[in-house]
Design a protein around this ligand. Structure first.
Ligand SMILES: Cc1ncc(COP(=O)(O)O)c(C=O)c1O
Length: 452
């Protein structure tokens, strides 16, 4: 019989100690941090699931490649290796390095958008939205309606609503829409994938109206693998072939290499348009650096060049998706409400359903993040009323899993901690804000627990 256990497809050569803490110490840390996990020092965290961005463990191949980093200001061979690696997967004519994803977004929107324009996306990530709005354009989310129904287990809840897209173009006119974006996977809507069928359908509409399609490619490999697992006709294709096909439908992309680049910093912007590329490079020189390094060291370019290929290895993706699903399925089996089905990079707990006795105005998501920390030193992030104020349609708690960092027993530990909190959920109380900043308040807000 074939062995079914999915193992981590790597051995560990260098380790980083996990600092243990007692519940009493954690109570003190969280009180001092105003019950905001962003304000807790990393040394006081045992399992850090705050983000999967920039937190990956690099391979020996990546570290070795970094030694080849050529730090020449112009024309570095490290750039050539980076560009070739990106083009080999993404296939775009122009590759512009940036220091991270949001820098690519800023350049793209500055060059392509003007005041009054509308940019539709399945769901804009918060930096994408902010950069779009910063140039005076309107960032519009057009997710399929299932995206807002956490309990429904459908394969491609990251899709864009194409009926609404067509209707929007009819209403405002193609001239007002300089580009359409698709975020794969759809981070702000539970890390759910976008199907190839949806990418094709969106492209078809864009093509009809002469509007370019750009992909926010942060988690392109996880999206490709979920297509392989869930979309008819792709089971026998490799993740690389699927990725090539996804990007063949687009005119360009933005990328944060801190996710599926398996690097700790970096990003890029791609386009097939010669004129836009020229304008983008001019702007790049102004704020990021010369077009052969774009704010990155030669050694960062090398790490990304290798990481982009490693992330497409099937053994890696199988382990990645299986490990995330293990966490989601084990807690869901005990009744814990999560965004279904488990996506690629994170599991999202539905805090409103987890703590129905806590009114939305008393931040059920914050209450849950605090309890996971007190119980087991786990850092998660609230994606709900604290983050979005009255615009929040859900109160989620995201457990983002860094790539190649935690082992199966770490994940089992997380399952145990969540289930312990689940069993005593009725005793958990809500919170009120005692200090908040005028914008992006979730990063620095201080709160205090409410008594009965
Ligand atoms: C979907 C998506 N787009 C863009 C970004 C921005 O990337 P960066 O943090 O590298 O600026 C992120 C980061 O989390 C993201 O998840």
């Amino acid at each position: 019989m074939a062995i079914r256990t999915v193992i981590e497809p790597f051995r560990i050569k260098s380790i980083e100690a996990i600092r243990r803490s007692t519940p009493q110490q954690r109570r003190q840390f969280i009180e001092e941090a105003g019950y905001n996990l962003f304000l807790v020092p990393a040394e006081a965290i045992m399992i850090d699931l705050l983000t999967d961005s920039g937190t990956s463990a690099m391979s020996t191949e990546q570290w070795a490649a970094m030694m080849q980093g050529d730090e020449s200001y112009a024309g570095s061979p490290s750039f050539a290796r980076f560009r070739d690696s990106v083009q080999g997967i993404f296939g775009f004519r122009h590759v512009i390095p940036t220091h991270q994803g949001r820098a690519a977004e800023r350049i793209l929107f500055t060059v392509m958008c003007k005041k009054g324009d509308v940019v539709p996306n399945n769901t804009h990530f918060d930096t994408t939205r902010a950069n779009c709005e910063f140039v005076g354009a309107q960032a519009l989310d057009l997710p399929v309606c299932e995206a807002k129904q956490p309990a429904r287990a459908l394969p491609f809840k990251g899709n864009m609503d194409t009926v609404q897209l067509a209707e929007l173009i009819r209403r405002v006119g193609a001239k007002q829409i300089p580009l359409v974006m698709l975020t794969i996977t759809n981070n702000s809507a539970g890390g759910q994938p976008v199907s190839m069928e949806n990418i094709r359908a969106v492209k078809e509409i864009c093509k009809k109206h002469g509007i370019p399609l750009y992909i926010d490619a942060c988690r392109f490999a996880e999206n490709a693998y979920l297509i392989k697992l869930r979309e008819p006709g792709y089971a026998d294709k490799s993740p690389r072939e699927i990725a090539r096909e996804m990007f063949s439908h687009a005119d360009g992309c933005t990328m944060s290499a801190k996710k599926d680049g398996l690097a700790n910093i970096g990003g890029f912007l791609c386009t097939n348009d010669n004129l836009l590329a020229q304008q983008e490079r001019d702007l790049l020189i102004l704020t990021e650096g010369f077009p052969t390094y774009g704010g990155l060291c030669g050694r960062d370019l090398e790490a990304i060049a290798v990481g982009l290929n490693e992330v497409l290895e099937e053994d890696y993706l199988n382990y990645r998706i299986t490990s995330t699903a293990f966490l989601g399925n084990h807690i869901a089996a005990e009744g814990v409400p999560i965004v279904q089905p488990p996506g690629g990079h994170a599991i999202y707990l539905d805090a409103r359903a987890f703590l129905p006795h806590i009114p939305v105005a008393q931040f059920p998501g914050v209450a849950l993040t605090v309890e996971l920390y007190l119980e087991g030193g786990i850092r998660s992030v609230e994606v709900g009323t604290l983050m979005f104020g009255e615009h929040a349609t859900m109160d989620l708690v995201r457990l983002a899993i860094p790539r190649r960092v935690y082992t199966q027993s770490h994940i089992e530990y997380v399952v145990e901690v969540i289930l312990d909190v689940w069993r005593r959920r009725e005793q958990i109380r809500g919170y009120e804000i005692i200090h908040q900043a005028p914008f992006l308040r979730h990063f620095t807000a201080r709160l205090k627990p409410l008594n009965e």
